[in-house]
Design a protein around this ligand. Structure first.
Ligand SMILES: NC(=O)c1ccc[n+]([C@@H]2O[C@H](COP(=O)([O-])OP(=O)(O)OC[C@H]3O[C@@H](n4cnc5c(N)ncnc54)[C@H](OP(=O)(O)O)[C@@H]3O)[C@@H](O)[C@H]2O)c1
Length: 328
């Protein structure tokens, strides 16, 4: 038995979780192990510093490929090593316990949202989350869909409307429009009355059109510069594509990016890079649009927790997002 498993046995009840300990190993270093299960006693202990937290029994979990490169996967808010870490920051499940200072949720509620970056995540049977980072998940929306839409939906919403100030009639360029964030951004931008130009690989054309883009630029064969000027660029790539996109931003326009600080900025416009935050009101709006069919997700594979390590280390390319269904 490995040290981590020994450590876990010292505590009370156990749960299954995916654990990482070594950044250099990436997803190949993921292991399915037993970890201490969060319980009510832990939530109510003052030393636990769990003000505002709830425990969620996880039904579905989403993991973003880049997570294992984020510093918050490896260190806590004080910069201390927090390994072994449980990754996965998108969650859908059922609330099983409330800590001090939680509002708007109760035991038994179906919920979805983002777990805290600097704490253990949702690739586990249970997770502790700040209640404010969760919203009710309507009974008509499956847990798998809830987990898939949390990060991509919030990122798209915040990029377009909070940071991008998108308005009806504007032209928006959405990079990676067949991907998780891009497909959400394409759908939301169309619903807001914008003219949406999407980009991606040649093979993504039909998927992007199905998500509502009115024009598609195949970055492998078409010229980005032929698009003409746009009011908003929603960038998920950074690098050369991000830099070249700044030249398309019209005067007073914006380039919004989730790919880190831009190397080049628009001459007469703004460049804004941001990290998504959970927001209950936005999650409620996103869930409503999923429920009434206005938003579709692009789930490519659903696997169990036992299959998760293999699912995140695929031998062949998976189209769409992988969601781990923790409970059937
Ligand atoms: N800052 C934040 O708060 C935040 C939040 C969410 C996501 N992100 C980041 O945003 C990025 C996108 O996330 P995502 O979940 O949308 O990823 P995703 O689902 O993989 O979507 C990216 C899309 O772009 C395509 N693509 C990648 N490189 C390309 C290239 N050179 N030319 C044309 N198409 C290309 C991908 O195709 P293939 O699958 O064929 O490569 C995929 O369709 C990630 O880096 C993620 O970490 C940041």
């Amino acid at each position: 038995m490995d040290n981590l498993e020994n450590q876990a046995k010292l505590y009370g009840e156990q749960m299954k979780a995916i654990v990482v300990t070594d950044e250099a190993e990436g997803t190949a270093g993921m292991k399915l192990l037993e970890r201490p299960k969060p319980d009510v006693a832990m939530l109510s202990s003052l030393s636990g510093a769990n003000y505002g937290d709830v425990i969620v029994q996880v039904h579905a979990s989403g993991f973003t490929g880049d997570e294992l490169k984020w510093p918050s996967t490896w260190i806590d808010r004080l910069g201390r090593d927090r390994t072994p870490s449980i990754p996965g920051h998108e969650v859908a499940g059922v609330v099983t316990a409330l800590g001090y200072g939680t509002t708007g949720l109760s035991v038994g509620d179906r919920v979805f949202g983002l777990t805290d970056w600097t704490r253990d995540g949702s690739l586990a049977e249970y997770v502790v989350v700040e209640a404010r980072n969760l919203a009710p998940l309507p009974s008509e929306v499956d847990f798998t869909v809830g987990a898939a839409v949390a990060m991509s939906g919030l990122t798209a919403w915040q990029g377009l409307f909070e940071h991008g100030h998108l308005r009806s009639g504007q032209r928006v360029l959405v990079h990676g429009a067949a991907g998780a964030v891009g497909s959400m951004a394409a759908q939301l931008a169309r619903q807001a009355g914008a003219y949406v130009i999407g980009t991606g690989r040649a093979a993504h054309r039909q998927t992007a059109l199905d998500f509502g883009v009115q024009e598609f630029v195949d970055l492998e064969n078409d010229s980005l510069e032929d698009i003409g000027s746009v009011d908003l660029v929603f960038d998920v790539f950074g690098g050369d594509i991000g830099s070249r996109s700044t030249g398309l931003v019209r005067e007073g326009g914006r380039l919004v990016t989730v790919a880190g600080p831009p190397e080049v900025r628009p001459v007469n416009g703004l460049a804004i890079d941001f990290i998504v935050v959970s927001d209950r009101a936005q999650l409620i709006e996103i869930a409503q649009r999923v429920r009434d069919g206005r938003l579709r997700t692009n789930i490519g594979k659903v696997a169990s927790l036992d299959e998760a390590v293999a699912a995140f280390n695929p031998t062949e390319r998976i189209k769409g997002k992988t969601i781990i269904r923790i409970r059937p």
